[in-house]
Design a protein around this ligand. Structure first.
Ligand code: FE2
Length: 129
């Protein structure tokens, strides 16, 4: 994990690492021409893990009464939906020409969220606990 996406919060950072591992597994499955079932299973794991991670972050926010919770949760909600739409598409069509582009777009969106919002959250937790 590169320092620019490190938040300094151990739980958040360790879960982000798992997400990027899952993304890489999915990229591998797509580019190595794995079967549709394997690709769907890998995509499903990614979606489940992202959902669990967001819940963990949300619990941290509730615990410290995070003032920017509303905006942060709104992003999580939209992103959960984006990921689940993506997984549905992959399940239906397997990896198509568009899949890698869509996955990369999802990853970029998450990275900018981590750089701004997750770092802001981690700093707040550090200063208020
Ligand atoms: Fe977040």
């Amino acid at each position: 994990m590169t320092p620019d996406i490190e938040t300094g919060n151990q739980l958040i950072d360790s879960e982000h690492i798992q997400i990027f591992d899952a993304v890489n597994a999915l990229l591998d499955a797509c580019s190595n021409g794995r079967g549709r079932d394997k690709i769907a299973e890998t995509a499903e794991f990614l979606a489940t893990y992202v959902g669990m991670h967001f819940s963990d972050e949300e619990n941290l926010q509730k615990k410290c009464k995070y003032p920017n919770m509303e905006g942060h949760l709104a992003f999580h909600k939209r992103y959960r939906k984006d990921v689940s739409d993506f997984v549905d598409k992959v399940k239906k069509n397997g990896a198509t020409v568009q899949t890698l582009g869509e996955l990369n777009a999802l990853v970029s969106k998450l990275i900018s969220h981590i750089r701004q919002e997750d770092k802001r959250l981690a700093a707040y937790i550090r200063e208020n606990s």
